[in-house]
Design a protein around this ligand. Structure first.
Ligand code: KG4
Ligand code: ZN
Length: 402
């Protein structure tokens, strides 16, 4: 079984091809995996600009796919030079009517190669930025239609869950069996949610943010401190420096820990961002030196501590509520070292197994989408011929076309 996966939900264009290898658990090798980041483009706008994200995905996806197909060595020698029929060309044009450049590139791709050795196509269908998702979906639909390969819509947040489980062995990756009930904390640019897993592939959201996601809070606060998008990693390395230097955060810079004492499992991060704004304004208006390096380091440390305290406290509460035996940490923010360390401490104290993704697989990538598809296929998942972008698709809902 060879799976090709496409991910375009936000600002990374990513394609992976994986091959199932024999073994008890789901095991696979990576034949090729390439990700093109648009960060440099969005930096100028201070965040991801959906129309620009869509245009960049459409511009790059076909070339990226050609490179991945080549590297994966799944191409089949052309036996004869049968040209692409007019009907198929029209189908491609129809599918890419909003991305004409992609349509033209796709026709060149299909004219140049024959159906490759691929058994399934997986595509991120939500949640995410709809214009960006549509590019990946239309691209995957074209491959599915022209090559007649089954297509599987995959939930991006489920991809982050599975990414946390991927463990690298000598020359393959494995998705291990875990003990249930399990609890996943998913922290990314668009989501902050606690998910109960009663068994394999069974999810139930038990807590989520009422406003901003914690990645968004990192990014927006970083911007207020003059750091470029994405600010999360920059705040994190500043905070790390401050912690190593042993700096003390002065009382006037202490930030709130929103909803840390509430009995429910909801989060709220927009007030935290506003609190950062107030501190920054006050520093600018009431001090002669204004925003200094030490102010930035201090506030970065305090912000990382505040976000971590809230995430850890709510996870602790959720561990008790679901009697979790396993905790999974996923999503872009799971790359954060302090959050990882505190989560290790928490799970050790509560005798839970902890799974975190390899740092390179914390942020968006197509490998996690391919692995999730493989898991679904092996557990009876059905392919679809009608797929659409679902900006708000919840992890605990099945894919529906409506
Ligand atoms: O999962 P992801 O790549 O994209 C979405 O699905 O949103 O997550 C991106 C988010 C951004 O907000 C980014 O600032 C944050 O993950 N992030 C971090 C770190 N690395 C990435 N936040 C805090 N510390 C980090 N080291
Ligand atoms: Zn993500």
């Amino acid at each position: 079984m060879i799976v090709l996966a496409v991910e375009t939900s936000c600002d990374e264009t990513s394609i992976a091809i994986i091959k199932r290898v024999r073994g008890k658990n789901v095991r696979f090798e990576i034949l090729s995996h390439k990700t093109l980041s648009q960060i440099d483009i969005h930096k100028a706008y201070g965040g991801v600009y959906p129309a620009m994200a869509k245009r960049e995905h459409a511009k790059n996806i076909t070339q990226l796919c050609a490179e991945v197909l080549h590297e994966a060595d799944v191409l089949v020698e052309r036996s004869n030079d049968a040209p692409l029929s007019q009907k198929k060309k029209e189908m491609i044009e129809k599918l890419s009517e909003h991305e004409r450049e992609m349509g033209r590139a796709l026709i060149v791709l299909f004219e140049g190669i024959q159906k490759p050795k691929i058994d399934a196509i997986a595509v991120t269908s939500g949640p995410g930025l709809e214009p960006a998702l549509w590019v990946g979906i239309n691209f995957a639909l074209a491959l599915h239609t022209i090559w007649n390969i089954p297509l599987y819509p995959i939930n991006h947040m489920e991809g982050h869950v599975i990414a946390s489980l991927l463990s690298k062995k000598e020359d393959f990756f494995e998705i291990p069996e875990i003990e249930y009930p399990a609890l996943a904390l998913l922290v990314s640019g668009g989501h902050t949610e606690l998910v109960r897993m009663s068994k394999k592939l069974k999810y139930h959201i038990i807590g989520q943010t009422l406003d901003d996601a914690c990645g968004e809070c990192f990014d927006k606060s970083a911007r207020l401190l003059g750091m470029k998008y994405p600010g999360g990693p920059k705040i994190s390395s500043r905070a790390e420096r401050g912690r190593k230097e042993g700096i003390i955060v002065p009382p006037h810079m202490i930030l709130p820990r929103p909803m840390i004492n509430t009995k429910d499992l909801s989060f709220s991060f927009s007030g935290l961002k506003t609190a950062v704004l107030t501190r920054v304004k006050k520093q600018k208006d009431s001090t002669e030196e204004g925003i200094t390096e030490s102010f930035i380091t201090g506030l970065s440390l305090e912000l990382e501590n505040a976000i971590t305290d809230v995430l850890i406290e709510k996870t602790k509460q959720a561990i008790f509520e679901v009697s979790a035996k396993t905790v999974l940490l996923g999503g872009g923010v799971s790359a954060n070292t302090h959050i990882r360390e505190q989560m290790e401490r928490l799970t050790k104290e509560n005798k839970c197994a902890l799974y975190v993704p390899e740092k390179s697989l914390s942020t968006d990538n197509a490998l996690m989408i391919a692995a999730t598809a493989l898991l679904h296929i092996e557990n009876g998942g059905k392919s679809r011929s009608k797929v659409r972008a679902k900006g708000r698709w919840r992890i605990d809902q099945p894919f529906t076309y409506q």
